[in-house]
Design a protein around this ligand. Sequence first.
Ligand code: COA
Length: 326
Amino acid sequence: MTISVGITGLGAYLPERRLTNLDLEKMVETSDEWIVTRTGIKERRIAGPNESASDLGVKAAEEALKDARLTAKDIDLVIAATITPDMFFPSTACLIQHRIGADCAAFDIGAACSGFPYALAVAQGMIKSKFSKKVLVVGSEVLSKFVDWKDRSTCVLFGDGAGAAVVSEVDKDCGIIATYLGADGSQGDLLKLPAGGSLMPSTHETIDQGMHFLKMSGSEVFKVAVRSMSMAVNEVLGRAGYTIDKIDCLIPHQANYRILKAVAEHIEMPFEKVFVNVDRYGNMSSASTAVALYEAVKSGVVKKNSTVVLVSFGSGLTWASCLIKW
Ligand SMILES: CC(C)(COP(=O)(O)OP(=O)(O)OC[C@H]1O[C@@H](n2cnc3c(N)ncnc32)[C@H](O)[C@@H]1OP(=O)(O)O)[C@@H](O)C(=O)NCCC(=O)NCCS
């Protein structure tokens, strides 16, 4: 008998500190006008100096557990999606598992901004194969600590935050209908953090050269983002035998307002159906789709029986989409 798997609880956490475009004007040569017209971003959240990805993730996870009316002891797998882990190892998932008081398997997923839909697909597979019953998926990022605050072409784009979902068996007529995951490692150079790994271990020189900061070819990434997210939406719809007019809400990765506009045009979806919060948070990598889904549900935009597509794109390059009947 096939099992239906869906999201039964959601949580989010955004650090208190807001960094506005006006604040950025005092840090690099930029303007509120440039940032708003080129990206749609007005402000982003910044974690405190002692706040890490697991700190944000624990807060989002605790809310998701409460929302699902479960305790940490009910969870039998924790998956954390992050490119800004507390440290290389132990995994951020293990740190979250311990701090929420769960007693189960835990691992991180490295799919950058596509991490949340990637992790949802893995959670669905683990439940369908009967390895797990209740999976906690967390997307948590503290990108502010990996951004070069002297590089105006990247520092205006990113922000910190976390979102979490409890994934479990649901009624037959709802849940995750189809997923689609993709990657193209040949384009990995377009968006990367070069140093600190086994290829380029940390040295005084790598630090002096700023190689521990995120590097991006912005306009190249823009084009691939539009192409791959549009393709990923069409692919997941095709897999489920759905057409775009059956979708009530598109929850895309929030990288740039202009990317969202272009994707909506490509897939011929009215822009009113696209959930947007990039203006308030910027790009939070794996936390973006998680927080957007949380806000769409909590604000009533997504409700019982809504048909939703999550779609994301990120470093790797990776892309992912997930069709859900709420
Ligand atoms: C980064 C991005 C906003 C830049 O917008 P763009 O329209 O492509 O702009 P360009 O890179 O062509 O730069 C245009 C000019 O603005 C300048 N510029 C870059 N950042 C600036 C800033 N913060 N303020 C003012 N000017 C800036 C550039 O130096 C360039 O100047 P030049 O023409 O004198 O060389 C856009 O390419 C983008 O969003 N890319 C995708 C990024 C993304 O989504 N990444 C994450 C994926 S998960």
